[in-house]
Ligand binder design. Sequence first.
Ligand code: NAP
Length: 674
Amino acid sequence: MLELQSYAAGQWIAPDNSARLMYSAVTGLPIARGGADLDTAAMITHAVQNGGAALRALTFHDRAGLLKSLAQYLDGRKEELYALNPLTGATRADGRIDIDGGIGTLFVFASKGRRDMPEGQIYLDGEVERLSRRGTFLGQHVAVPLHGVAVHINAYNFPVWGMLEKLGPAILAGMPCIVKPATATAYLAESAFRMIMDSGLLPEGAVQLIVGGTGDLLDRLGPQDVVSFTGSAATAFALRSNPRLIRQSTRFIAEQDSLNATVLGPDVTPDTPEFDLFIKEAAQEMTTKAGQKCTAIRRIIVPMALLEAVSDALVARLARTRIGDPALETTRMGALVGFDHRADVQARMAELASEATCIFDGRGMAIEAETPDHGAFQKPALYRCLDPVLAQNIHMVEAFGPVATIMPYSDIKQAAEIANRGGGSLVASVITHDPAVARSMVQASGPWHGRIYINDRDSMGEATGHGSPLPHMIHGGPGRAGGGEEMGGIRGVMHYMQRVAVQGSPRMLAAITDQWLPGAPEITAPVHPFQLVFDDIRIGQTIKTATRRISVEDIEHFARFTGDTFYAHMDDVAAKANPFFPGRVAHGYLLLSFAAGLFVQPDPGPVLANTGLNGLRFHKPVCPGDSLWVRLTAKRKTRRTTEYGEVRWNVTLFNQDDEQVAEYELLTMVAFSR
Ligand code: NAP
């Protein structure tokens, strides 16, 4: 019997009289106990005063580095988690989604943090807004971490992934977390949490663990705190109705159950690759993790003419699923998490049966386990409803097991209406090879689903599956699915930060955002800044170049050399007829090339490469006889590797009257040493 400890206010707390028991999904025997009366006030104080303060002292890149090290550490010890995994009823393949999926999610947040967030402590949200005519008063949206604690309440089905997919974005934002895993599988979550503590990577107070009930924790939260909940709609409703949370506007993110749908396109026939793909995905979604996936397919929506063919093919495939002890290599579907849950699934199946006919209940399928009666095994079941437009339960009742209902549609408009009757879902899939079908489904069904997964012969070799939430993409959905949105790259990090509209002069904004803006002070560099190593380059360092006159010969030479003989550069009459040009003008690319020729310092030095340019705009035409000069200013610096970092430069081109003719951001990689 495992004695699970909570980790509260810097102490491991052993189970007390309030402890709950946990049982093996396969043998039904008790395997762990955990839960204690915790000092939740002390936990919040510890999180805020120690964890939050320490995390906020780090930069986004420091935190991203911690997440990467943590992911590497967990990866090195993951077999210990796989050893516990079968107790939850999950096969090794199911465990991969949970354990490797969770670790992979941390890796993605680590790399997003380094690539998409600044090296500092203030996140820039969008571009500078010019709020005044002369540019002395500007606006910039920024985001900074909340000063409270993030409470993560997780569902039982993915104890490791569920914990890590919430911890990744919160830690990256700079917010400490209290994790409360679902009791049924808390032994696996506790084991992963213990590894996080063993790693010693996170500052004290950054993470705490509650095994068992949360006590009065939610009643103590305030406006700087976040609750991120995953579980059933009923629990979400009860928790988000907490008067204290409502009164304090405490952020509440909910990822709930949903009646996810898959639609077979009207273009598909049984002899196309999409037909087999549809059957494969539907069967996989029903049986992976024994259907205990929030994204599992519950409703299978097919053209009326294919109802029989799809039903037969799906039943045949489901009947081939090998059910049994999840520890056996041959097993494809393990057990439900426990007997109480199985009773719940069977009660929901009875509700479905009131308006749908069971066309497959797994009769005759063997359960390959030593004592099949002791495990919470549930054979797959497929229902058929011929009138999905009038039916209610099939769109509302979630049997959180290997159970789905197949239903016909008459045309694609009706298919979308049926899919939308789930009242909001995490994901809907469309298997079609016809872009018009995919497009009309996105338009008609988009508002009702957090993710629309389209698959066909072109993408099926690499597609990640209807049911896989990816850290790069948002996971969540409207209405019944909870209205929440997790992950989605930096979007998921923003839940733990406050967006602030900052207004002020360019000098103020540049100082706040570590980014030079036109109008902010320019600093004269001691030498050409291309001769300075990364750390010696200061934001605002500027050079102004000599002037170069542009002649007709230059333009004609460039046109012949590159082959760009567009009429605006070659034909004065034709150019004049164009509303943009007074006559022949220099090529924009010629201006860029001349600009580089003016600002570049040619000697070997710390600048390693030009890796791109952003936001190029040509403001004013340049005609033969005009002159050009350039202002080059160090705008922003970001460390990339242990050897070099990225320096972004503002490059502005002016004519002989000091009018701005072009502007862009130049990206260079600059070495840390010569
Ligand atoms: P659940 O019964 O709603 O429980 C979810 C979590 O809430 C558990 O940690 C539970 O703890 C906790 N909880 C329950 N009452 C609480 C209270 N009064 N105060 C504080 N915490 C409380 O859901 P589940 O059975 O674990 O998970 C299955 C459901 O989750 C399914 O409906 C599934 O669709 C949904 N789900 C959704 C997603 C998603 O991303 N949208 C992902 C996975 C699962 P205890 O276990 O200790 O009661």
